[in-house]
Design a protein around this ligand. Structure first.
Ligand code: SF4
Length: 206
């Protein structure tokens, strides 16, 4: 291979590496250091962020930087507005509608906004017990979360469903249920914790 060809290959490899999300070490990114308790948006009564009719809270801030991220503006921890008691009251009221199945947390990265998410999850459990299910998306994998900070583990322990893993452009598949790439999994959190292994949601179609 000529020097020119070698340089071209190295350049392509560099570009390829740049097209991958970041990989944090365990506890490298902490919500207490990063989160500003901001939310990018709130979407009540939608049909796309999980099973049934759902209320979705999009928190602000994510460091995974997945190329092709579905909500790039929300990677910024300053994006949107502060989470407020008024918004929380609105979410609680909306969840009270009998046709609403539950809450969905997305972003941004919910596990880098644990203060907001835990506050809301705890309020939902206080008001509705477990009659409303709670789904969260995350760029972390299940295995990575097992090695993470206590706040992340606490949040995981209070979820019903986790959709895990970075969005990987090379594995993008628009036919998948509720996920963008085939590495991501829809995990039944409570069964997985009980069995100490990943248990996939039993209503997965594809
Ligand atoms: S983890 Fe999700 S929100 Fe974060 S960069 Fe990746 S796709 Fe975007």
């Amino acid at each position: 291979m000529t020097e020119k060809e070698t340089k071209a290959v190295a350049k392509r490899q560099h570009q390829h590496r740049q097209r991958l999300p970041k990989n944090p070490k365990p506890k490298e990114w902490l919500s207490k250091d990063l989160s500003l308790d901001y939310v990018a948006s709130y979407k009540p009564f939608n049909f796309v962020d999980g099973e049934g009719v759902r209320c979705s809270l999009y928190v602000s801030g994510c460091k995974f930087a997945c190329p092709g991220c579905y909500n790039k503006v929300a990677q910024n921890f300053h994006y949107g507005q502060p989470y407020t008691k008024d918004l929380e009251d609105q979410i609680i009221a909306d969840l009270g509608q009998s046709y609403v199945q539950g809450l969905t947390l997305l972003g941004g990265e919910p596990f880098l906004n644990t203060h907001v998410c835990l506050q809301l999850i705890d309020r939902i459990h206080k008001e509705y017990g477990h009659s409303k299910d709670i789904w969260s998306w995350t760029g972390y994998t299940w295995d990575e979360l097992q090695l993470e900070s206590d706040d992340k583990k606490e949040m995981l322990s209070k979820l019903d469903i986790l959709v895990d893993g970075r969005f990987l452009e090379a594995q993008k598949d628009l036919t998948l249920q509720f996920r963008g790439s085939s590495n991501q999994r829809i995990i039944d959190v409570q069964k997985s914790l009980q069995q100490s292994k990943v248990v996939i949601w039993d209503r997965l179609v594809r």
